[in-house]
Design a protein around this ligand. Structure first.
Ligand SMILES: C[S@@+](CC[C@H](N)C(=O)[O-])C[C@H]1O[C@@H](n2cnc3c(N)ncnc32)[C@H](O)[C@@H]1O
Length: 452
């Protein structure tokens, strides 16, 4: 029988895979936890170790570069990650005794490396224990570098965001990125109303506290009890796991039963399901994505939610122009830099580069041009992203409106928002920008545009 990995070995392997394959931490971790056979408590610890070590990377490397002679970049990836994970536990996790951290780290080093590596691990962690007071950070960071170090985000990102939102707001946003995401679900309107679904969840999962979301009328916030996607209620389509601000996108498009609707960049299908539910599963909903494996994910959602009006297609949305009749409503939930979802995928902050943002804005512009042609006169176009970058958001919309005089911003967007969002989020003409600390949700930009 194969020997089961310990919780720290599971976490370490995920950390190494994220770095080497440049894959998303949440996907790799989900997969590793499923295979691991770890108890629920250890799964919680593995999750904390993976997210925490990635989140705090800059601060951890700042310390390790003082403790490792040639610096962390000189180490083999697994040794680098092992030391980061060790210092992370000593610095940020009070509930694990220091000696347990040192012991576990050195055991993995012994098992996987030679004596030199276990000696290094032991020396580095013990030096950190002795000298930990040397690495003090200011409570009120004043420079970009200090804010980068305190919140552990790349300096280019701190510079860029504080140029737009100011130091105070940026600090709040970056701190929110280091907090664990809230767990929320969108109730399936085709099955019941919010109170009915909440009651079912309470009965099925008594350990879970269920509260209505203040951000979305279809949202429920869950706390204190496992993974909502593992429940039979999820498999039976009573709800979909979705972030609260992301739910606002389909609410703002507000498709009606019987209409012809396009979800142009649809996979994995979270918003497709939402649109169809709001259409009472009546009408036509073309849901396309450029990647075929992702179209399968849309298909899975449709099946699970028991929807009949969705037509999943593998296609480049731009190719629909000329071959499809216009739509009453179009959702363009565009590919973006994802800076609003760093809390869920902390590796994004280390893998994204400023030049990628420029390439993305080009693609978004092309998709918007195509979307404009696919909306029928009098129809609605909603453009959304899960990023915070004006180049991809408000400026993208301004440029679109300049180039498309037949479109105008729909100011009814404001009255479609719940009071708390109107009061706290950033509102523009026909658009809203939600930042991660506003509601401890994902950062989202949503614009509602009307064709005359
Ligand atoms: C932000 S994600 C969409 C998330 C989705 N709306 C949801 O709520 O589940 C953007 C998607 O656009 C797809 N995409 C990128 N370029 C595309 C194109 N030219 N045509 C259609 N889909 C595209 C990507 O594969 C990706 O799945």
């Amino acid at each position: 029988m194969a020997v089961r990995k310990t919780v720290r070995e599971v976490a370490l392997d995920v950390l190494v895979a994220v770095e080497e394959r440049e894959a998303y931490s949440n996907l790799l971790l989900d997969h590793a936890l499923k295979e691991s056979g770890l108890s629920a408590r250890d799964r919680g610890l593995a999750t904390e170790l993976v997210y925490g070590t990635i989140q705090r990377r800059l601060t951890l490397d700042w310390i390790l570069n003082d403790l490792v002679k040639k610096g962390v970049s000189s180490l083999a990836p697994w040794v680098r990650q092992l030391l980061r994970m060790g210092v992370y536990q000593l610095r940020y996790l009070d509930r694990i005794p220091d000696r347990a951290v040192v012991h576990e780290t050195v055991s993995i080093a012994k098992k996987r490396g030679h004596r030199g590596i276990s000696g290094l691990a032991n020396g580095v962690l013990r030096s950190y224990q002795r000298r930990r007071r040397e690495w003090q950070l200011p409570a009120q960071p004043e420079t970009h570098r200090e804010l980068a170090l305190v919140t552990s985000h790349p300096e280019w990102l701190v510079r860029r965001l504080s140029g737009v939102y100011g130091m105070e707001e940026t600090k709040a946003m970056l701190e929110a990125n280091n907090r664990p995401p809230r767990s929320s679900v969108r109730i399936n309107l085709l099955k019941g109303d919010r109170e009915e679904v909440a009651e079912r969840i309470r009965q099925k999962m008594p350990a879970v506290a269920v509260e209505p979301s203040a951000v979305s009328v279809q949202g429920l916030v869950l706390s204190g009890g496992g993974n909502p996607a593992a429940s039979t209620l999820f498999r039976e389509g009573w709800y979909t796991v979705q972030d609260e601000s992301s739910m606002l996108v389909s609410e703002i498009l507000d498709p009606q039963p019987g209409e012809r609707v396009l979800d142009g960049c649809a996979a994995p299908g979270g918003k497709t399901g939402h649109l169809a539910e709001r259409m009472a599963d009546e009408g036509v909903l073309v849901s396309c994505d450029i990647h075929s494996h992702k179209v399968d994910q849309i298909q899975d959602q449709v099946r699970r939610l028991g929807l009949t009006i969705v037509e999943p297609r593998r296609t480049d949305m731009r190719e629909l122009v000329g071959s499809e009749k216009p739509f009453d409503r179009v959702l363009l939930d565009a590919p973006c830099s994802g800076l609003g979802v760093i809390r869920r995928k902390p590796d994004i902050k280390w893998s994204k580069e400023p030049r990628e943002i420029e390439a993305l804005t080009d693609l978004q512009k092309q998709l918007l041009d195509a979307a404009a042609k696919l909306v029928s006169p009098g129809g609605i176009l909603v453009y959304s992203t899960c990023t915070l970058e004006p180049e991809e958001n408000s400026r993208q919309v301004e440029a679109f409106l300049d180039g498309h005089p037949d479109f105008y911003p729909d100011i009814t967007l404001e009255e479609r928002l719940p009071e708390i969002v109107r009061e706290q989020a950033i509102l523009g003409e026909g658009w809203v920008q939600i930042l991660p600390h506003h509601f401890d949700s994902d950062g989202f930009f949503i614009a509602r545009l009307k064709k005359s």
